[in-house]
Design a protein around this ligand. Structure first.
Ligand code: HEM
Length: 420
């Protein structure tokens, strides 16, 4: 008979407070206490939830026969971060069909293009930064990415004020787990921009507005579902935002890259020679080392037995993304920042999972992971080889419970100069 046991249980009627207070470390702390990679808890209004971490857990989590996504994300997240009816909420063939729309955008040429667009805007900003005393890198990079991704997607930039648009896109991903004003801002930004994009999509479909037919905006506007129907304008708007919003969120990783250069200055020498392999290893280590999304949620599709435990249909399961990226059985000295570790990495789709794991087309792994890496690589080269700057005295502390976690000051730089 298969080994079967009761899972350890984090006692308490509702541990939501502890979940948010301990943030990225809530699951790790209990895994250590129970000496197990899997345990039960109650969160989000006393709902029973299974938390799990590690490579095998990730493999099980991304098995479509075991888990589904529809109904997994809380409304708070849908109203700010994801949007209703986006690809994140789909399962099976419907998901694969919609996901292929996204993955078809990620060609080698288009990844090169987004890098070029980012570099162009960055170089223009450098001229301005050189004239100013203090530059808050996080806010500046959000604007650079807003312009670059809007051009890449084909969204008409003459309709927006870049500063407010970049703030609104930021509010959507900065507000998912927040309460009060911050959450309201995220919800408001989503509603406002969904309405604007819905109208534009209507006009593109009627021919009143023309956009480049090769651009994602046009392709999403005319994408047909499995029944051969155009997407509802609202759904199409949500999917356009699924390209814009997370690309602006790469600003977090870029600022974390700048923080890593500051915290581990010997890395700068390694990167100065412009070696693309080391640059990629550094970027991978930034994505592994620093926190971003703590967990991914899914729901048990049908009863199954795995890892000595019975999973009951309908149970919510959280895969610990941060904990898996720091799992001591997967990563030697996981709390050291060491890009070299990637020289011998076997490229498993289930251990480095800051943007989810498994397969892109059939699973929910991030559609923009290659784009994220391409943009981060370009920004890293810009920071190290195309400019010089001083890091101001400031509060660079990184919260382990804010999502996403950005250095408190936003990373202020001074005495910026172009390096020719
Ligand atoms: C800032 C860096 C990013 C991080 C940390 C990130 C993280 C994630 C995570 C954790 C997931 C969910 C994985 C899962 O549920 O199993 C995801 C899904 C997704 N991401 Fe990203 N992402 C980033 C950038 C991007 C970019 C640049 C794009 C688009 C250009 C993008 C588009 C998507 C989409 C469409 C999904 C849904 C995929 C699906 O449900 O099949 N993301 N991302």
């Amino acid at each position: 008979m298969a080994f079967r046991e009761e899972l350890p249980y984090d006692e308490g009627l509702d541990n939501t407070l502890a979940f948010f207070n301990e943030g990225y470390l809530y699951i790790t702390n209990r895994r250590k206490r129970f000496n197990r990679d899997m345990f039960k808890t109650r969160i989000l209004g006393g709902k029973q939830v299974i938390c799990m971490a590690g490579k095998e857990a990730a493999e099980a989590f991304y098995d479509n026969d075991k888990f589904k996504r529809h109904g997994a994300a809380p409304n708070k997240v849908l109203n700010t971060l994801f949007g209703q009816d986006g690809v994140q909420t789909l399962d099976g063939e419907e998901h694969a069909h919609r996901k292929s729309l996204f993955m078809n955008f990620m060609t080698k040429e288009s990844l090169e293009e987004i890098g070029d667009l980012v570099e162009d805007e960055w170089m223009k900003s450098l001229n301005e930064w050189a004239k100013q005393n203090n530059i808050v890198l996080y806010e500046e990079v959000k604007q650079i990415l807003t312009i670059a991704i809007s051009k890449w997607v084909g969204v008409p930039l003459d309709e927006v004020d870049i500063e407010s648009f970049s703030k609104e896109l930021g509010n959507m991903y900065e507000s998912a787990e927040k309460i009060g004003m911050k959450h309201f801002k995220g919800k408001h930004a989503r509603n406002k921009n969904e309405k604007w994009l819905e109208k534009l999509i209507g006009k593109i479909r009627s021919g009143e507005v023309t956009v480049d037919e090769e651009r994602p905006f046009y392709k999403i506007a005319f994408h047909k579902d499995l029944e051969g129907e155009l997407l509802a304008t609202h759904t199409a708007a949500v999917e356009v935002l699924n390209l814009l919003r997370p690309t602006v969120a790469i600003s977090v990783y870029i600022v974390l890259s700048a923080l890593a250069l500051h915290e581990f200055p010997k890395e700068v020498d390694e990167l100065r020679n412009g070696d693309k392999t080391y640059n990629k290893m550094f970027v991978q280590e930034v994505r592994r080392y620093y926190p971003f999304f703590p967990v991914a949620p899914a729901i048990v599709k049908n009863d199954f037995f795995w890892g000595g435990h019975d999973f009951k249909k309908g149970t919510l399961v959280l895969l610990d993304l941060y904990g898996t990226n720091h799992h001591p059985e997967l990563w030697e000295n996981p709390n050291d920042f060491s890009p070299e570790r990637f020289t011998s990495w076997d490229k498993s789709p289930f251990d480095l999972i800051p943007q989810g794991g498994g397969d892109y087309l059939t699973g929910h792994r991030c559609a923009g992971e290659w784009l994220t890496i391409a943009v981060m690589q370009r920004a890293l080269d810009l920071l190290v080889n195309k400019m010089s700057y001083d890091v101001a005295e400031q509060d660079l502390s990184l919260s382990m419970k804010e999502m996403p976690s950005v250095p408190k000051s936003g990373f202020i730089i001074q005495n910026v100069q172009k390096v020719e």
